[in-house]
Structure formats: structure tokens, C-alpha cells
Design a protein around this ligand. Structure first.
Ligand SMILES: [Fe+2]
Length: 268
């Protein structure tokens, strides 16, 4: 998918881990995930933000239901920008591709926009919580990076390196090193962004920023060995891309925690 070059900074939004259900009234650990996503979208619109693209980075529908993906598409459409999505461990990739594709949302693939190329990778493994990039997915990445004159952002669901939460680091991207090695050897890659960890995480590898983004519903506590929730409101990441390859980003939260969060939950 190609977009015409635009002048000025590009504004990209990352929304992740929406965990919608077939039943729009269903909650996850006490939070209505549909309502939480709608509040995030309303807050973005109220801020006057008009993105050039929106990227949804997995665990979009907790039960993989068609109706969940249809409601996700409706929410993303309100943002008025090309939308792209990739699967997380909770998604049903075939359903996702069929339903979102019919709504004009690209699943995985890549988007050229101005001087930048956004590359979306599929790390989903059937029946597994952890992720892995299949050999053909790495080959696709290699082909896109070869002789590329664009600045590059890579999006993937699972985190490619440990973030200091032992329980989450057991279900990370199993071959994250293969991705990080490509970043080391391709200076045009300016960032890797992921979901999955339900918390903000920021690091660096050479020229590239490494960015974990919190969920549009529940958040996990940083630095914990076992599952623990954080008392953090739903969130999203706003990314600014300049023509010279400069990347800046900021995580925005709703002002308050949604009612009902089951703070003593032992898992999800
Ligand atoms: Fe998630």
C-alpha cells in the first residue's frame, strides 16, 4: 500500500491490546474493553489530533470474534486515517484478515508514507502466548530493508527483548535477536514498536528507539515477576516522524481509571 508523499511531520497513532469481545458489554478484569476503546478514540478526537496513519498492534479482539473485529474497524474509522493492524496472541488471524480487510484495514504488510516506511510483522503462533517471526516473515523484512532509502518503523506484537517483567519475558518474541540484529545492520530503521506488555517501555539500540506501548484497556505493573495489574488508565502512543528521520513519541493516558478494575486479579 502506498500513500502520496506529504509535506511536514507525519503523525502516527499506535493503539494496542484493545481485547474486545463478541459481547460489547463484556469486561476484562472489571473493565469494559469496548467502552474503554471508545473513550480513547473520543479523547484523541477531542484533542484535535488528525493522524496520517493508525497502527493497531495486536490482541485487538480477545475472543477472535467477527463482531469484535467489526466494532474495532468502526472505532478506527472514526480517526479518519489509513489504518493498519497486525495480530497478537489473542487474535484469530484469518478472521481478522477477512473482517478488517473488508473494511479497508490492511493487515500486516507495509505502508510507504512520505520519507518513511512502516513495516508490520506477524509474530502470532497458534495456541501460544509467546511470539515468533516465521522464516518467511524475516525474508519479507529483509527484502523490504534491502537498499531501502526510506526511514523505517517496525511494528510487531511481542517484545523482542526482556523488559524486566519475568512473567511477560517468558512469553516474548522467541527470536527477538533476529529482529534486533537487522536493526543493528540497517541504520534506516529508526524504531521498533510493540504492544503485548500493557505498559510503557522505552529503550534504544544504536540509532533505533525501542518502544512498548500500554493498552487501550488494562495495564500491567512494571518490574513484577508474576502477573500484577497497574493502576494506570487506558492509553495510546502518538508518534511524530520528521522527513530527516527524526522520531519522537509520547504516551497519552485517559485522565482517570475506568470504574470496576479488579485490582487483585491473579491473571487474565
Ligand atoms: Fe494483550
Amino acid at each position: 500500500m502506498d500513500q502520496p508523499a506529504t509535506s511536514g511531520d507525519l503523525k502516527i497513532l499506535q493503539l494496542t491490546d484493545c481485547h474486545l469481545h463478541h459481547d460489547p458489554d463484556k469486561s476484562l478484569l472489571g473493565i469494559n474493553t469496548q467502552q474503554s476503546l471508545e473513550e480513547v478514540v473520543a479523547s484523541i478526537l477531542a484533542s484535535g489530533e488528525r493522524p496520517d496513519a493508525v497502527v493497531a498492534t495486536g490482541d485487538l479482539v480477545h475472543d477472535g470474534s467477527e463482531s469484535g473485529y467489526r466494532r474495532l474497524a468502526r472505532s478506527l474509522a472514526l480517526l479518519g486515517a489509513p489504518a493498519l493492524a497486525l495480530p497478537g496472541n489473542h487474535d484469530a488471524p484469518r478472521v481478522m484478515e477477512r473482517v478488517l480487510g473488508a473494511e479497508g484495514i490492511q493487515v500486516c504488510g507495509q505502508l510507504e508514507i512520505g520519507n518513511w516506511r512502516l513495516i508490520l510483522l506477524d509474530s502470532h503462533q497458534p495456541e501460544q502466548e509467546g511470539g515468533r517471526l516465521a522464516p518467511e516473515e524475516l525474508e519479507r523484512l529483509d527484502a523490504l530493508l534491502e537498499d531501502d532509502t526510506h526511514h523505517v518503523l517496525i511494528f510487531v506484537h511481542h517484545h523482542p527483548l526482556p523488559i524486566g517483567c519475568r512473567w511477560l519475558d517468558r512469553i516474548s518474541l522467541a527470536n527477538g535477536d533476529a529482529l534486533l540484529e537487522r536493526v543493528r545492520t540497517h541504520p534506516q530503521v529508526k524504531g521498533i514498536l510493540w504492544g503485548h506488555v500493557h505498559q510503557s517501555w522505552e529503550g534504544r539500540l544504536g540509532q533505533a528507539q525501542l518502544l512498548g506501548t500500554p493498552s487501550t484497556c488494562i495495564q500491567f505493573a512494571p518490574g513484577e515477576d508474576e502477573f500484577a495489574l497497574a493502576l494506570e488508565p487506558p492509553a495510546w502512543r502518538q508518534i511524530r516522524l520528521q522527513a530527516d528521520g527524526t522520531l519522537s513519541s509520547h504516551v497519552h493516558h485517559l485522565h482517570s481509571l475506568p470504574l470496576g478494575l479488579a485490582v487483585d486479579s491473579l491473571g487474565y
